[in-house]
Write a protein that binds this ligand. Sequence first.
Ligand code: SAH
Length: 286
Amino acid sequence: MTNETAITLPDHDWPEFPPGLVWLVGAGPGEPGLLTLQALYALREADVIVHDALVDPRILEWRRPETEMEYAGKRGGKPSAKQRDISLRLIELSRAGKKVLRLKGGDPFVFGRGGEEAQTLVQAGVPIRVTPGISAGIGGLAFAGIPVTHRDVNQAVTFLTGHDQSGATPSAIDWPSIARGSQVIVIYMAMKHLKQITGNLLGAGRAADEPVAIVSNATRPEMRVLETTLGKAAADAQDHGMEAPAIVCVGRVVALRQVIDWAGQLRGEPVRDLDPLGTGGTRQVS
Ligand code: SAH
């Protein structure tokens, strides 16, 4: 499917995209096929696309040739567009009567400041629409063969950010409660402070041999997965040159990758263990 007709959308009651609307859309973790149909529709309809660094370039290729593109990248640590400037620009484009697509990596409301932008736009009287996307902390892990919940392991999952607005590890995180209350912990933006984060969890009582996976560039051709433990994660990540963007998953669900690493299996790699948790798995099926 390489031609224009392959992305002609089926007849459907697509949401209206009138001039002046700012449509805040999640682009998913990378792989273009993980876009929602609404995201694709908005891409094909927009006059201007304001996108983040995390939006995969392959996705932007699906716009119409005449669609304008503006980069509003924000990357931890590097100088980049200020949040206020991005919001003001969106307001300006709306007032100029453009159909504005604000495209963000993953889901716009998961550690993506989509809520801040939406609030500012509404405060300015700009009409908005929101389309969620697949968040890296769920979909990215699924691509690595890790289910974020699994009945034999966890009844809860906690999503954390590894840094706050200032770039430091968030001081508001109550590590002892999270360590005690959440069998699985998924950490966004964890790479810069990985040593401190894993140290906090160890200090709060989590075991040093607890499984950890680091998934960088999830769903993209350059995706890499490092399986390690809480005690060794920071050193291993450095030794293996694991780079952002990466998701860190702490918990026994990581062990399930030994059986569910479907991408590896499709490449011909063997299943390492059919029952890594020792709980049976396929109990019902003979
Ligand atoms: N809104 C996004 C998250 C933005 S915060 C979402 O819902 O996924 C940026 C962080 O997201 C990165 O530092 C990384 O932790 C994570 N991330 C985004 N895309 C990723 C990818 N393809 N692979 C691994 N991590 C990713």
